[in-house]
Design a protein around this ligand. Structure first.
Ligand SMILES: N[C@@H](CC(=O)c1ccccc1NC=O)C(=O)O
Length: 308
């Protein structure tokens, strides 16, 4: 009784829906770096950026590249192509959408997954988009959709188109799958998508620090939430194999985002969707390890593309 009274008087400011502690906890849930079991928050981010940069440098050394190919008029509307070292008629193409909470990272450290893929005969495309504050959510979603259209116009001979996105990039990949293509010049047929440690419902981040540079209103968050667009995804991507992957050591809130989205897709008849709970990983090394050909998710991706 006493403790209840104390907690109510101390922690529940009158006339507000959300108390200070709950808000702090929400921000912690949406701070992936605080949940790594490997390192401190600062170190895990530093090491993440270093790993992605080193992997991308290696990929640029291994593959032939076409860097800064425009897919639109804007300065930031460019992509990098990593060309396979083998010659085959069966050439799948994976588009990678980088993470970084729609406000960090770029395509310059996003070619790392080409390391194990280019000698298996897979083209990897790393897409750049205008992160906040330059870009906003509507702009970023529009950009990545147009990048897919541009890629299939340039590479019409490929044997299959696949998407892979991490964190904010998984959100963008899910938005691509949920596109009404009738306003576009072509309708992409996406064969498979890897959505890794993503956010699919933007409403919970509206009141957090994540939204400070994004400045989303509730309306913007709703129209850009894949969780709201499952019927459109079913119409546009019914033949797509979808893997929703989440790290064992992602925060409970991040894990819930993946589980809820998986469940929403799974209960939609006709979709092929699997949930991969990747053991011994956190928000960062779940994607960093795609530089390794033996990593579980690399193997899954190769298998999906018929290249294992
Ligand atoms: N405030 C975030 C920062 C973050 O997510 C991040 C920062 C730099 C580069 C990538 C990041 N996140 C995921 O890709 C965190 O606590 O992890």
């Amino acid at each position: 009784m006493y403790s209840r009274l104390v907690s109510e008087t101390l922690f529940t400011p009158p006339n507000t829906g959300c108390n200070v502690l709950q808000h702090k906890e929400l921000e912690r849930q949406f701070s992936p770096s605080q949940w790594s079991h490997r390192m401190s928050a600062d170190d895990v981010i530093k090491s993440h950026v270093t790993a992605l940069k080193e992997g991308t440098e290696r990929a640029r050394g291994l593959a032939q590249t076409l860097l800064n190919v425009p897919y639109g008029e804007g300065e930031g509307e460019k992509l990098d192509v990593y060309v396979p070292t083998t010659t085959s008629l069966d050439v799948p193409l994976v588009i990678y959408l980088h993470g970084g909470y729609w406000q960090f990272l770029s395509k310059e450290e996003s070619g790392f997954m080409a390391v194990p893929l280019v000698h298996k005969g897979v083209v990897v495309v790393a897409v750049g988009y205008d992160i906040a504050p330059k870009g906003n959510m509507d702009v970023m979603v529009s950009q990545v959709r147009r990048s897919v259209v541009s890629v299939i116009q340039q590479y019409s001979h490929i044997s299959g188109l696949y998407l892979c996105g991490h964190s904010a990039g998984a959100h963008l990949a899910a938005m691509i799958l949920s596109t009404d293509w009738s306003q576009y010049s072509v309708t992409p047929q996406i064969k498979g998508a890897f959505l890794v440690s993503g956010i699919y419902d933007l409403l919970p981040i509206l009141s957090t620090y994540v939204n400070e540079p994004l400045k989303m209103t509730e309306e913007v968050a709703l129209r850009n939430s894949p969780s709201q667009l499952v019927p459109q995804l079913k119409l546009s991507s019914s033949n797509c194999d979808i893997v929703v992957a989440v790290a064992q050591n992602d925060s409970p809130e991040f894990r819930k985002q993946s589980e809820d989205y998986y469940k929403a897709l799974e209960s939609t008849e006709g979709l092929k969707v699997t949930l991969e709970d990747v053991p011994n990983t956190d928000h960062f090394n779940i994607i960093e390890q795609l530089v390794d050909g033996d990593y579980h998710l690399t193997q899954l991706l190769l298998k999906m593309m018929g290249k294992s």
